[in-house]
Design a protein around this ligand. Sequence first.
Ligand code: FES
Length: 74
Amino acid sequence: MSTTKITVNNNGSLKVEGEFIIVDANGNEYGLQGRTTLGLCRCGLSGNKPFCDGSHRDGFENLSTAFDLPPKKV
Ligand code: FES
């Protein structure tokens, strides 16, 4: 099984690399035209959601630092 890597970019997008599909709320797949790397918007400013269009440069600030989530509830 291949690993999909998601990088939380400082002050910007979620960079997705690897093998993945992206679907909308109805389960319909976005046509990625063979892309294996792309940016998903996490700032809310993109005019092309869910994809990053660079609008985060207009003032989105959030530095990413990895941390551990609390234990999963069972
Ligand atoms: S993260 Fe790039 S436009 Fe939102």
